[in-house]
Design a protein around this ligand. Sequence first.
Ligand code: ATP
Ligand code: MG
Length: 494
Amino acid sequence: MSPAHAYTVDPKRLEGVTDQPLFKAAGRVADRMGVRAFAIGGHVRDLLLGRPCKDIDIVCEGDGIAFAEAVAKELDAGPVHVFKNFGTAMFTLRQAQGDMEQIEFVGARKESYSRNSRKPEVAPGTISDDQQRRDFTINALAISLNAPDRGQLVDPFNGVEDLRKGIIRTPLGPDVTFSDDPLRMLRAIRFATQLGFFIDVPTFEAIQRNAERLDIISAERIHTELNKIILAPVPSVGFKLLLNSGLLVRFFPEMVDLLGAEEKAGIGHKDNFYHTIQVLDNVAAHSDDLWLRWAAVLHDIAKPRTKRFEPGRGWTFHGHEDKGARMVPGIFRRLKLPLDEKMKFVQKLVALHLRPIALTKEEVTDSAVRRLLFDAGEAIDALMILCKADITSKNEAKKKRYLANYAVVMQKLREVEEKDRVRNFQPPITGEDIMRAFNITPCKAIGDIKTVIKDAILDGKIHNDRQQAWQLMVEEGRKLGLTLSPGMEGPTKA
Ligand code: ATP
Ligand code: MG
């Protein structure tokens, strides 16, 4: 059977790895201290797969903190950051290419969990105890660093075989592994999505059985894994697994609500869950921006709440873009995602996602295009990527028409932006100008005049230029009963 994933596993890639200064130094120190030490986990996995990897984990049978300090000293590196509570320590090293890498040290341990407590009892253990408490066989691989068997792979659970076949499988019985730390269920799906691996059937069935246990995991740990799924090359793979495992509903029920296609009077609508993840894949093919990808996830999130069957019209989802934008903060807050300008960006894209295509319904006027540019601002490129990704129709004729419309809007956007520069709209007349021209202090009239000028520019009544805007300001001020100060008939220097 040839593997479904895109990696070739080559043990030759491990050759010479332990000759690297870090591993050599760690080996020397370990020999001197009389402890066994190993490179372990994700780094070893990624070496075998030929994948880039930023951080390195080293485990020793003994005191991991003391070992870290001795290795740092040996390398003249540091400072060493110690995390006493976790029994771990780390320092950073500059690689040959100049990048910094993080080296994390831990003492080998065995953990036992009791059903009533989430905190494991941790006791010092051997390398094989330590490998058993790892999440997956492919993450439990270790390379010996001590002189006698330096470079030797320690693979008690056939992790290399699973890497070759592209299989995610727990080292112990999956129910034990998942109930000890339910986050591992999410990690299984994350690795399957990132690597294009298959989750072994007993492992997947255990996820389905234990899905509820995810409720004890913090939102931060959940969103870290979720973001990695969203950033994967084909994120829909992860969302299907999240859905089918029963994990998605535990932390993102709004998304599960998108599932299903209702039919009435012979008229159906598309399944918005599968549509959404298709849009996400389409966006992923064009952008690695996490927040643009989040906008894809959320663009139709309010469809279930706005869905109506209107006789004669069929299914409608009026206002789902605005309602969806209003749902964003609640979802971000619950998942403890940032509530800053990143969230605002996602909200903006959700709110505007229908606008570019709506433009093509009638003749595309310059002023409608200017309005769109003004409302989207810096987010216009992202919005257009989302908008194109949203064209998922299976009807080829329809799809062709939408794509043609999309091209028309893109062309118009370019023309109008070149002419009127509204993307980063800076009003040609400031509040200061208005106050000086009419010798007034801050008041409502200033805002009103600015709005009239902005609308006139967006509607194409005047150009985005100071001379014309000044004239309009003078006229508007007069209408409002303001008196122009002497010498203010024409624009002063901006
Ligand atoms: P990446 O760095 O790409 O996220 P990784 O496998 O290196 O992947 P880390 O979170 O860096 O993941 O963890 C390093 C190693 O620690 C893993 O390879 C695994 O052996 C172990 N590990 C991490 N989290 C868990 C967990 N929740 N349960 C068991 N073992 C874990
Ligand atoms: Mg790692």
